[in-house]
Design a protein around this ligand. Structure first.
Ligand code: G3P
Length: 217
């Protein structure tokens, strides 16, 4: 399973990259706003910088919601760098645009997916990635991880090429469950990735090894 980091914060992206387990980055308008970058020119420069740091797939989301505008904005985003994946919302014009991008060889990430039916549409349109939002489903008392397993199952049955990208991951357990469910990718906050390190028996064991090592060093 690939690890993407879900942020537009350059320090976090650099830390994840240096940690050595990073396969890509996803962003969204909320994360971009949180990073403090404003204005089209600066935002495009920011995407370019992210691409150069990670040298891997970087999802950049369109703000447009009509077919023509999504195409225009998506083509501009794709022109920033070959590593850009155009993130498109799960709406009717978004699906049409994903089909257009797919035919043109522009890679896409279909976002804001909350049902298997939506995931089938994204795959039919030729999305490179589909992003079911696990945490936001959990937030409203639906089992987000069940959706991942359902989509993985359907995609396997019909040999769809679209990769299942578990999004809206909130902690390390979500990452483990996404792996168990067969997700191709988990996009996570840095805290969730680092959370995988933690086990009290590791800390206790290391403390004992280091204290015993003092006896022979
Ligand atoms: O980037 C999409 C998704 O990962 C957002 O997560 O935590 O805002 O629900 P969250």
């Amino acid at each position: 399973m690939k690890f993407f980091i879900d942020t537009a914060n350059l320090d976090e992206i650099k830390e994840a990259k240096e940690f050595g387990v990073l396969d890509g980055v996803t962003t969204n308008p909320s994360l971009m706003a949180k990073s403090g970058v404003k204005g089209k020119e600066n935002i495009f420069k920011h995407y370019k910088t992210i691409c150069e740091i990670v040298d891997a797939d970087v999802s950049a989301e369109v703000i447009a919601t009509t077919y023509e505008e999504i195409i225009k904005e998506g083509e501009e985003l794709a022109a920033i760098d070959d590593r850009i994946v155009v993130k498109v919302p799960m709406i009717k014009d978004g699906i049409k645009a994903i089909k257009y991008f797919s035919d043109k060889g522009i890679r896409t990430n279909c976002t804001l997916v909350f049902s298997a039916g939506q995931a089938i549409l994204a795959a039919k349109a030729g999305a490179t990635y589909v992003s079911p939002f696990i945490g936001r489903l959990d937030d409203i008392s639906f089992e987000g991880m069940d959706l991942i397993a359902q989509i993985v199952d359907i995609y396997e049955t019909f040999s769809f090429d679209t990769q299942v990208l578990a999004a809206s991951i909130r902690g390390p357990l979500h990452i483990v469950q996404a792996a168990e469910s067969g997700a191709d990718v988990a996009t996570c906050p840095l805290s969730a990735i680092l959370g995988l390190l933690k086990h009290p028996l590791t800390d206790i064991g290391l403390e004992k090894f280091l204290s015993d090592a003092k006896n022979f060093s």
